[in-house]
Write a protein that binds this ligand. Structure first.
Ligand code: PLP
Length: 477
């Protein structure tokens, strides 16, 4: 009766999995990035109800191989240039596997001393790698969306500690709270204000300049207008590496304003923050050292498998005051850091292990080298696009993402339609996957370089694919 899978069977399966993973990563570039499936195709091949009796790992892995692996979108593919392309690198995969084997829950120091202490130390390594001072301490969340939510919760607590106990609803003595972010900021900011009861309508989306950076004078005016009407400005979320174009808000000017106005400054560096590992890119981040909180996602551009988001805060005690609540059954004597106190969740995965392994395996030099290479590939791609009279680069390229547009079409609306059709055609071809955004209302294509397998050959091939698809669409009228 019962018990886990016998160790000999498990060992055999793990050896097979090691081979499957290595083979997959070795050959992923030979596949299409997007599987040729329609919605419902995968589900239709799965039994509608669970097996009554257990099946062998061998058989389950056979089905994985046949049904699951071929039908995922291959984020590991070197031609994956959509959204923000990422890599679950080898060392990260090993860390993830070992973390699931240990299966510790690092809610308290006692529930896993090594997981807690490794998280503290690894976040501190990352802090040093990013050039941030010792005043920042970091902890790991699943996503930037949660890191930003926690940061804004702490901002709310600093502004009015009574909200923790008494909430916001029905309190005439509490003025409405407002949060500010640029019109390019990520939708996670919207979700955070919604979840915190601040209200989506109290997030002010501030206009950007021609380079998609928040305009500080517009921000100052919005704060002033809110104060005039009796609202309480609470926080500014500045973005260092926006989702569409990777623009960086003027962090120093925003920090000055936040300081003058007594507002919390949260910097969303979910994607581009990793570039601060390279000294020459730190100029983009000047001013973020004055933030109250910063989020950087190693799962975006530090080659760590999803999920891994580091939230750095200046006042960790404030985060603790915001969230700490210790029922009797979680009381402990050690007086050590208990990571459960820093956020909403109690149980927490051992995410530090994979980040630690990535940093150790590549070293700071190795990580710098890879980030520099991605930025150089993007720069070269932007040069080629700019050199083609049928295309234009539509935003500066500070990091490794290029926004561009096909110039075909008599007016802007027709160009939008042409670019949309072009994207559909490129992605249908298979060896490359691009995504899109809208800038100033116009449909724009994006190529984001962030995968460790992406080389100059892949980017050249992607550009050839774009041009070939455009020519064919042109010919088809
Ligand atoms: N912030 C920025 C700038 C992003 O680009 C993204 C996602 O791409 C996020 C936040 C949200 O990240 P996550 O998926 O970790 O919540």
């Amino acid at each position: 009766m019962g018990g886990d899978v016998p160790i000999p069977e498990l060992r055999r399966a793990l050896h097979r999995v090691a081979d499957e993973i290595a083979d997959y990563l070795d050959s992923v570039g030979e596949r299409r990035v997007l599987p040729l499936v329609e919605p419902g195709d995968v589900a239709a091949q799965l039994p509608p109800s669970p097996p009554r009796t257990g099946e062998s790992l061998e058989q389950i892995l056979d089905d994985y191989k046949q049904l699951i692996e071929p039908n995922v979108t291959h984020w590991n593919h070197p031609g994956f240039l959509a959204y923000f392309s990422i890599t679950g690198s080898g060392p990260g995969i090993i860390g993830e596997a070992l973390a699931s084997a240990l299966n510790v829950n690092a809610m308290l120091w006692r529930t896993s001393p090594a997981a807690t202490e490794l998280e503290v130390v690894t976040c501190d390594w990352l802090r040093q790698m990013l050039g941030l001072d010792e005043g920042f301490s970091g902890h790991i969340n699943d996503t930037a969306s949660i890191s930003t939510l926690l940061a804004l919760a702490a901002a709310r607590h600093r502004l009015d500690p009574t909200i923790r106990e008494r909430g916001l609803a029905g309190r005439s003595e509490v003025s409405g709270l407002t949060v500010y972010a640029s019109d390019q900021a990520h939708s996670s900011v919207d979700k955070a204000v919604m979840a915190l009861g601040i209200g989506h309508g109290n997030l002010r989306r501030i206009a950007c300049d021609e380079q998609f950076r928040l305009a500080p004078e517009e921000l100052a005016a919005a704060i002033e207008a809110d104060r005039q009407t009796g609202l309480q400005p609470m926080a500014v979320v500045a973005t260092a590496g926006t989702t569409s174009t990777t623009s960086v808000d003027p962090l120093t000017a925003i920090a000055d304003l936040c300081q003058r106005q007594g507002l919390w400054l949260h910097v969303d560096g979910a994607y581009a923050g990793s570039a601060a590992v390279c000294e020459e890119y730190r100029r983009h981040f000047a001013g973020w050292e004055r933030a109250d909180s910063i989020v950087v996602n190693p799962h975006k551009w530090l080659f760590t498998p999803v999920d891994c988001s580091v939230l750095f805060v200046r006042e960790e005690d404030l985060l603790r005051e915001t969230f700490s609540l210790v029922p009797e059954y979680l009381r402990s004597q050690e007086g050590e850091k208990n990571l459960m106190d820093l956020g909403v969740q109690l149980g927490r995965r051992f995410r530090a292990l994979k980040l630690w392994m990535v940093i150790r395996a590549f070293g700071v030099d190795g990580l710098q080298e890879r980030i520099r290479y991605h930025c150089a590939l993007a720069e070269e791609l932007a040069r080629r696009i700019d050199g083609d009279r049928d295309f234009e680069v539509v935003a500066p390229v500070p990091f490794s993402t290029v926004c561009f547009r096909w110039l075909e079409g008599a007016d802007d609306d027709e160009r939008d339609a042409k670019n949309e059709a072009l994207l559909a055609r490129i992605n249908a071809e298979g060896p490359v996957f691009l995504s899109h955004t809208r800038l100033r209302g116009r449909y724009v294509l994006r190529a984001a370089i962030g995968n460790l397998r992406t080389t100059k050959e892949h980017v050249d091939a992607a550009w050839r694919t774009v041009r070939r698809c455009a020519r064919r669409l042109d010919a088809a009228g």
